[in-house]
Design a protein around this ligand. Structure first.
Ligand SMILES: [Zn+2]
Ligand SMILES: [Zn+2]
Length: 606
């Protein structure tokens, strides 16, 4: 069992204990343990094998025993006990904005409400507003968050799904008959969230199929098997992630990979293109359409990719006609006179035309980044010291980095006053001496106050090497006010980068209302770069905005916003998003050398 899954179980337990009204110290102990697990860079299994669980901060004997039980059996008896008493769904209610554990308990005890559906019904009948502690406003907020919840239900952050998937992939990689193994679908296209996983395996020997299917459905991390056929199986992992497996032969592997990677819209365009050439593309291959058959197929008619219904047959049958391609994706594209198109681009946003005209972008890669310009330390809400962050950045091979703790207005994150910021510079100066081979910039993530002014005086900002600005409060302003607030920050002559520009938290908080077109235009006019924040929960900017930034020529900075050294690895998530936004190295400011960045930091601003 992966760390993230163990943390999730413990979190569920802590939520249910809190609803039950258990001892607060016990609940806090679980929350501390969850935080520790979240920061671990090694698998708990490994720590447990070395008998080191109780050496971890915040993990005592009892919690260590729970972790062991999860690792050994996949179950947690305390969780089983408590769910006999407290309905498990209640943990979901506490995830809703405006419903904490105390309110969830009240809803359950007094209204017998345990699910979002029941809560919505009760709220609409006026029964919730009648409870003490729930006003009309809070009921409105709850109804809105139920709507959001429905939108996100069943969607996993891609980064989360990747962790759930990893042990299964490792398991299948050990199966000898499998020659190739790939994850298709929106996962392969690098979408920020995924609903389910489509796994494709290439098995040459037909007699080996049954064994491969058994290896898949028999994987210990499988919670239930929904279907198990000769070439297709479908399971749900203990994490709740649904996974489909398709077993393919060599002649159609590439066609299936293309077909199940999608997107649906991209596939429709591909089929139209094929039709014009007298060809038919399906999950089985590319086929020459026989005499008299052409014209009776509708390229947009069949369901594909994300819906994974799997039957692409149309017209004269899926495999009718002479097969001209299918073994590889390159072959499939080639048969349509196109170069291979990177999966991140397959959203029907002009990629087929770009491919045809030979102007597909040379998409940015993680190895091209020369530095990380947004991170936190123990000076605000980070966990590691300036020096630890610097060493970790140097170890990643970066040429430069920026320390950017919060400013004073963000009190929950222990934001820095001018005095404490100056104190921090002493520590950065020291790190500059001790950690060689990397430039350490003195920066700050300066809060944009409600009126659009900045949270630190100009004298201080002038002394910084780099100034980031961000919104951390008053998310509920109307669009015109919010946009003007951000634009006035961009007009400030000392501002370099607007970070996490829309403020969204994927599956948790919608972006605040802001006119991004106006913000990007403002950034262009005032010489400010925009951030692609690579925290998997943020991935802010969105790919469409990145695409627009590229079009306008607004420089993009890809930064992790790491709050501990391990999070510097979030860069991988961001690179995918950048590629979905068609970004090339030239569009990304921090692919430049130190000299180039230095020159930009000393630019004259509009
Ligand atoms: Zn921030
Ligand atoms: Zn930050």
């Amino acid at each position: 069992m992966e760390n993230i899954e163990i943390a999730r179980r413990l979190e569920e337990l802590a939520d249910l204990l809190e609803i039950q009204g258990a001892n607060p110290f016990r609940i806090r102990a679980y929350r501390n343990a969850i935080r520790t697990i979240g920061g671990l860079t090694r698998p708990l299994q490994e720590v447990a094998d070395e008998d080191g669980l109780t050496d971890l901060p915040g993990i005592g004997k009892d919690i260590a025993a729970s972790i062991r039980e999860l690792l050994d059996t996949g179950r947690l008896s305390v969780l089983d006990e408590i769910t006999a008493e407290v309905p498990r769904e209640l943990a979901t209610l506490t995830r809703l904005d405006g419903v904490g554990p105390k309110k969830a308990r009240k809803l359950w005890k007094e209204l017998d409400v345990t699910t979002p559906d029941e809560l919505e019904a009760a709220a609409k009948e006026g029964r919730v507003a009648a409870l003490a502690g729930f006003g009309k406003k809070s009921v409105e907020k709850i109804l809105r968050s139920i709507e959001d919840f429905r939108k996100h239900q069943g969607r996993f952050l891609r980064a989360e799904a990747a962790q759930y998937l990893r042990p299964l992939l490792a398991h299948l990689e050990g199966v000898e008959a499998i020659r190739r193994l790939e994850v298709a679908g929106s996962y392969r296209r690098g979408r920020e969230t995924v609903g389910d996983i489509d796994l494709l395996v290439l098995v040459e020997d037909e007699d080996a199929r049954a064994g491969v299917m058994e290896a898949f459905t028999g994987f210990p991390g499988v919670d239930r098997v929904a279907m198990s056929g000769e070439t297709r199986g479908s399971v749900v992992l203990t994490s709740g992630l649904p996974v489909d497996l398709r077993i393919l032969g060599p002649e159609s592997y590439g066609a299936a990979l293309h077909y199940f990677t999608g997107s649906k819209e991209h596939n429709v365009e591909i089929r139209k293109r094929a039709q014009k050439r007298g060809l038919r593309v399906s999950e089985y291959g590319v086929f020459q359409v026989e005499e008299g058959e052409a014209g009776d197929t509708d390229p947009s008619s069949d369901a594909s990719s994300d819906s994974s219904s799997g039957d692409a047959s149309s017209g004269a049958g899926p495999q009718a006609g002479r097969r001209i391609a299918g073994a590889t994706e390159e072959e499939v594209f080639g048969s349509l006179e196109l170069p291979w198109i990177a999966p991140e681009l397959r959203e029907n946003r002009g990629e087929i035309q770009a491919a045809e005209e030979g102007r597909l972008p040379a998409l940015v890669e993680a190895g091209q980044l020369r530095g990380d310009l947004h991170m936190h330390t123990t000076w605000s809400d980070g966990r590691d010291s300036v020096r630890e962050m610097a060493e970790a950045c140097r170890d990643r091979g970066y040429a430069y980095m920026a320390i950017t703790d919060h400013s004073q207005a963000v009190t929950v994150a222990r934001g820095l006053t001018p005095e404490r910021l100056r104190e921090q510079w002493g520590e950065i100066d020291q790190a500059r001496e001790e950690v060689e081979g990397i430039r350490i910039l003195k920066g700050c993530e300066v809060d944009i106050l409600k009126d659009g002014s900045l949270d630190l005086p100009d004298e201080i900002l002038e002394e910084l090497d780099i100034v980031l600005v961000a919104v951390h409060s008053h998310f509920d302003l109307d669009q015109a006010t919010q946009t003007e607030r951000i634009l006035s920050a961009l007009r400030h002559p000392l501002v370099d980068i607007l970070v996490h520009p829309t403020g969204r938290l994927i599956n948790r908080r919608e972006p605040y209302l802001v006119d991004m077109e106006a913000v990007l235009q403002g950034a262009l006019e005032h010489g400010v770069a925009v951030e692609l924040n690579t925290n998997p929960r943020r991935l802010d900017l969105h790919d469409r905005h990145l695409f627009r930034a590229r079009e306008l020529g607004v420089p993009v900075v890809i930064s992790t916003d790491a709050h501990r050294t391990a999070q510097l690895a979030y860069v991988e998530e961001g690179i995918r998003q950048a590629r979905r936004g068609w970004l090339e190295a030239d569009h990304v400011l921090n692919t430049g050398s130190w000299d180039e960045l230095d020159r930009w930091l000393h630019r004259s601003k509009g």
